[in-house]
Design a protein around this ligand. Structure first.
Ligand code: ZN
Length: 416
């Protein structure tokens, strides 16, 4: 796996003629704003490439794509970095089960992910960074944290000392302990200073891959990987020093709501331990997607894969539209009916846009942008779009279909 710059072809942003107001986004601790024309730094947690992109992934990357588009349309810039967790327990387990080597599995699934993202018209990150390519930086960061008093060893493994940094836990400590145990943590390991301490460096185990480091031959824990990749690729080579010009080192850390704890919490406090500074200005999380009333998960075997839908001939604009119907932060359900409804809605919008005479478009473009500016209110944007479709169908004239089509393409990534 290699570090890639613009890993898949990004669609062009046609631009809009309307004023783009500040974007208000909801963070785990209140709301924050992205000002028009500002320079932003965004880090999104990428996939562990042991399986294909499912709709939950698609919904997550689509959400941050809206933020990326919006920021650029406002005249600002978005430095956007995404990682690939190409070394982790689930990847090794799946490779073993399938009798393949973990590197080829990771490469195959990453290629498929990039193809899915391109089909869904997600703007590519500036840097797409596999964890296996930053082992030297992880080593440097652990050394720096150790200097600052945040590292201890336990039977050859190295742990992060959370003790002084647990003030802002997102849930009660009891709840955090339970979730930590379910999501890769080891709260019950004997000898740890605090049950919530996450592992930073895992000593080599027979049959597993490993890397040389000043903490012995082994592999990194999960959270340190994102802490290091975000700092190095958003701040530059001198990342251990932080950035004294800013209160928070980056603007947005994002991912699914299942990453709130422990992953985003732990990577943020590790960044603090390395640099002494606050990590992100906002932590933005997307809801989970279920299928037909049940949670979608690999253990239930009910994941809906983007590549499968595309292979079945579903138009990518329909998938994108279906995912935009509900608010990004809400947990929601996917169903065959939802897809069918999106198909007929898209057909109706296309037909309206293809008419010679259409209802006035300037106000609806402003309404769509306004809805997005309020924490990406895509359901409201779609309501506005359908009032325009209704008006066009009832014979109102005076608009420019081209203007609206360009705006839908730029703001929502929907190319009708
Ligand atoms: Zn991450």
């Amino acid at each position: 796996m290699e570090i890639l710059n613009n890993p898949w072809p990004s669609p062009a942003l046609p631009g809009i003629d309307h004023l783009v107001p500040s974007l208000r986004l909801q963070s785990t601790s209140g709301s924050f704003e992205i000002l028009p024309g500002s320079q932003q730094r965004m880090y999104i947690c990428g996939i562990t490439p042991y399986d294909a992109t499912h709709l939950g992934h698609a919904a997550t990357y689509l959400t941050f794509d809206l933020i990326n588009r919006y920021t650029r349309l406002s005249g600002g810039s978005m430095h956007f970095v995404e990682n690939i967790t190409d070394i982790d327990e689930p990847l090794l387990v799946r490779a073993e089960r399938d009798g393949t080597d973990w590197q080829s599995l990771a490469q195959k699934e990453t290629d498929l992910f990039a193809a899915d993202m391109a089909a869904l018209r997600i703007l590519a990150p500036e840097w797409f960074v596999p964890a296996t390519q930053v082992m030297d930086l992880v080593d440097l960061a652990i050394t720096e944290m150790a200097k600052n008093g945040f590292v201890y060893s336990l039977e050859g493994d190295f742990y992060f000392r959370t003790k002084d940094l647990l003030a802002d836990l997102p849930y009660s400590e009891e709840e955090c302990l339970r979730i930590f145990g379910e999501r890769g943590g080891d709260p019950d390991r004997v000898g740890k200073e605090h049950p919530l301490d996450p592992v930073l460096w895992i000593a080599h185990k027979e049959g597993e891959p490993g890397w040389e480091s000043s903490h012995g031959f082994g592999r990194p824990g999960w959270h340190i990987e994102c802490a290091v990749i975000s700092l190095r690729y958003l701040l530059g080579e001198d990342f251990l020093a932080g950035d004294a010009t800013r209160t928070s080192l980056i603007d947005i850390q994002g991912g699914g709501s299942d990453l709130i704890f422990p992953h985003h919490f732990m990577s943020a406090i590790q960044v603090k331990a390395i640099t002494g500074q606050q990590f992100a200005r906002g932590y933005v999380h997307t809801g989970m997607i279920g299928l037909d009333g049940e949670k979608m998960s690999k253990s239930k075997g009910n994941l809906v894969f983007v590549s499968k839908l595309l292979n079945d001939g579903v138009d990518p604009v329909v998938i994108r539209f279906a995912l935009l119907r509900d608010h990004y932060a809400a947990d929601r359900m996917w169903s065959h009916e939802l897809l069918a409804a999106a198909e007929s809605d898209v057909a109706r919008i296309r037909f309206a846009l293809s008419r010679n005479e259409v209802a006035p478009t300037s106000a609806v473009v402003a309404e769509i942008v306004g809805a997005l500016s309020e924490n990406l209110d895509t359901p409201q944007a779609i309501v506005a779009l359908f009032s325009w479709v209704d008006a066009t169908e009832s014979g109102l004239v005076g608009g420019s279909a081209g203007e609206l089509a360009r705006a839908l393409d730029s703001v929502l990534g929907l190319a009708f």
